[in-house]
Ligand binder design. Structure first.
Ligand code: NAD
Length: 420
């Protein structure tokens, strides 16, 4: 079990550092300092043994000046109010950074989905969605997958939401969630989008720094949606994955680990530590391995003051949200290690979610090539704008990405004015 860090404080410190650089308007700073709405719900679920269990869930809507609230729903035993609040803040800035017409929100339920049967998980998802009621909606607040949830969870949320609407209006509600399965209105390319976006960002950085991705080694922490797809795409470019860590343990093979074989092995119910030809290493050894690229793609607070000093990678590409604490980041900076921050590196997911939302609104389906092409344009542009600010203001990528985002948010407030 990983140690909890005060995440909301971390998120606040990060954007306020950028706000100081940018001399953000005081009123906008005040508005952004707390979420607009914070919904916490205790809801009952009937378990398979007929016992009624109470679960706690949250939906926190930080800001919607740029468009409807947008953000994932997480099912994890360590979900709490502070974590969801921080994740909601990050969504506001992420959507603004990549120029999407969305605000920021996040949801979560304190539950270990691995301990529930599929029936229990279905009832939990339906009951939570029902309890959220009109606090979500296709033009108001649009959830998506996050850790512990997936395309199927989104299909269930969509179905539950639709069934609570007038019969004649149900089919117009499909875009209440994104990241759905293809058959119920999902977008091609959404499943791999976060990993794909991360690789586009890493490629832009590599090009700018004469770094050959096709010959590099990398390690991945968290082998779920984000970790696997980032690894698989990098492997196809010639890079070699030499270490993986997930909640069950850590494995290492200096000759390379097949991304596809490991995924299939894991999907068949086997723990990664039993994968062939790999040395099982202690979890605390994982971050210190000699790799060129480190991809934290599990949970927040993984790189901190006690282990950041061990990292040997040249670049850390943050697939997860908030994987590096403020103290951990300072240590990496002192060591000259570049951090491609979560806001930028994992924004491919919400970008393709926006494509899915757009496709649903127009009842269309774009080919995969079109999704990837449009994603690349947006990621390349976000990287270029962030990198430009880094140079102009002599700051790091994280602060620069917040500056790009804050500019957009603050222009919107300037143009619209603050109501009333
Ligand atoms: P997932 O549930 O698909 O996978 C999570 C992975 O992390 C699993 O392999 C799990 O074993 C591993 N893990 C859990 N606890 C761990 C621990 N203590 N140490 C090491 N590994 C651990 O989740 P995901 O959707 O890939 O999300 C991962 C991260 O990426 C989260 O921080 C999430 O907020 C962020 N993210 C996800 C998306 C998306 O589209 N899914 C988009 C942006 C950001």
């Amino acid at each position: 079990m990983h140690k909890k860090y005060p995440l909301y404080k971390q998120a606040t410190q990060q954007w306020q550092k950028a706000a100081d650089f940018f001399e953000l308007d005081r009123d906008v700073r005040t508005i952004l300092s707390e979420p607009k709405n914070e919904i916490s719900i205790n809801f009952p679920v009937r378990m398979d043994n007929h016992e009624l269990r109470l679960f706690r869930g949250h939906r926190i809507q930080h800001n919607n000046i740029l468009g409807p609230f947008k953000g994932g729903i997480r099912f994890h035993p360590q979900v709490d109010h502070d974590e969801v609040k921080a994740l909601a803040v990050w969504m506001t800035f992420k959507c603004a950074l990549v120029g999407l017409p969305f605000g920021g929100a996040k949801g979560g339920v304190t539950v270990d989905p691995r301990e529930l049967s599929s029936g229990e998980l279905m009832r939990l998802t339906r009951r939570f969605t029902h309890a959220l009621g009109n606090n979500i909606g296709p033009e108001y607040d649009i959830p998506a997958p996050d850790a512990g949830t997936n395309a199927k969870t989104m299909a269930i949320i969509m179905d539950t939401f639709m069934n609570a609407q007038n019969t004649t209006n149900r089919n117009a509600q499909r875009h209440v969630v994104t990241g759905k399965t293809l058959t119920v209105g999902g977008s091609l390319g959404r499943e791999k989008a976060t990993g794909q976006g991360l690789v586009y960002v890493l490629s832009s950085w590599a090009k700018e720094n004469n770094f050959d991705l096709s010959k590099c080694t990398f390690s991945v922490q968290g082998y779920g949606n984000v970790g696997y797809h980032a690894a698989n795409i990098l492997e196809k470019m010639g890079a070699s994955m030499i270490a993986v860590q997930d909640h069950t343990g850590s494995i290492f093979n200096p000759d390379g680990i097949s991304t596809e074989d490991l995924k299939n092995f894991n999907l068949s119910g086997n723990p990664i530590v039993e994968f062939e030809n790999c040395e099982v290493i202690e979890d605390h050894e994982f971050l210190g391995l000699p790799v060129d690229v480190l991809i934290p793609a599990a949970l927040e607070g993984q790189i901190h003051e006690e282990n950041a000093g061990k990292i040997q990678a040249k670049v850390v590409a943050e697939g997860a949200n908030g994987p590096t604490t403020i103290e951990g980041e300072n240590i990496l900076k002192d060591k000259g290690i570049t951090i491609l921050p979560d806001l930028l590196a994992n924004s491919g997911g919400v970008t393709v979610s926006y494509f899915e939302w757009t496709q649903n609104k127009t009842s269309s389906q774009w080919p995969l090539e079109e999704v990837d092409r449009k994603l690349k344009i947006i990621m390349d542009q976000a990287y270029a704008q962030t990198s430009q600010i880094c140079k102009e203001m002599k700051t790091d990528f994280r602060t620069a990405s917040y500056i790009v985002a804050l500019r957009r948010i603050s222009y919107a407030y300037q143009e619209r004015g603050i109501f009333p």
